[in-house]
Design a protein around this ligand. Sequence first.
Ligand SMILES: Nc1ncnc2c1ncn2[C@@H]1O[C@H](COP(=O)(O)OP(=O)(O)OP(=O)(O)O)[C@@H](O)[C@H]1O
Length: 266
Amino acid sequence: MDYVIDIEGVMWRRGELTLLRDIHWQVRRHEHWALLGLNGSGKTTLLNLINGYFWPTKGNVTVLGRRFGEVDLRELRQSIGWVSSSLQEKLYGSDRTQLVVISGKFASIGLYEKPGPDDFARAEALMAALGCSHLWDREYRMCSQGEKQKLLIARALMAEPKLLILDEPCNGLDLFSRERLLASIDDLTRQEHMPTMIYVTHHTEEILPAFGHTLLLRRGEVFRQGATSDVMNSEALSDFFEAPVAAERHDERFYVRLAKAGRILQ
Ligand SMILES: Nc1ncnc2c1ncn2[C@@H]1O[C@H](COP(=O)(O)OP(=O)(O)OP(=O)(O)O)[C@@H](O)[C@H]1O
């Protein structure tokens, strides 16, 4: 079977702590998945395993058909785009936006290679695809948080990854910036030759219909996984959050609120 991610029976321990336990997760090519979990549920730990920064204590991890232990991880990482807020902080604020995007091709912070006309053309096309052509030639530090996220996604796509991980891309965005970013991500999912995408979040309503599968992670374990529409209902989510919540569907997205308004959970 042609899996982009194939995780079999993975455990990850650090000292006395077991941070991931008995994880089984198979992502097929052309499926887009959401990874949903509260703070501290193990999402980042799982992403570190997928990117080969952590080694499983038990079980097997195979990414893009290459099994860890038999693969050059640096080479594999060139096929994985991981867009996270920690990356945002590492970039040079004075760099021009298009150079930030082009630097993704070389996996460098800053640009040390001389880009060719094809590189500029691709950066232009990617910025257009993300609805941020108007940012061309601005200083990166002058861009808003939402604009920076779009640039970072374009930057990741510059390397033509086969797997694109969007790690809490809407953190810190206001309602309208969030919707603009989600609209751009939605557009991307409709384009040809896009990689398999994993969208990591705490918030159900960010999960776009294109993310047809969802994995719910709780305390380092898979609570449930499957079709997003099967997972996103009041009963399953109340079990998952261990608190009564009501899930409502609007425009193919799922909004969750506390079932008893005003109750603060301990
Ligand atoms: N290297 C480590 N050593 C020990 N404990 C760790 C390590 N990394 C993470 N943890 C702990 O493991 C748990 C899971 O952390 P992780 O960062 O994977 O969660 P997360 O789902 O990404 O959370 P958030 O949504 O807040 O980013 C947390 O309790 C965290 O404190």
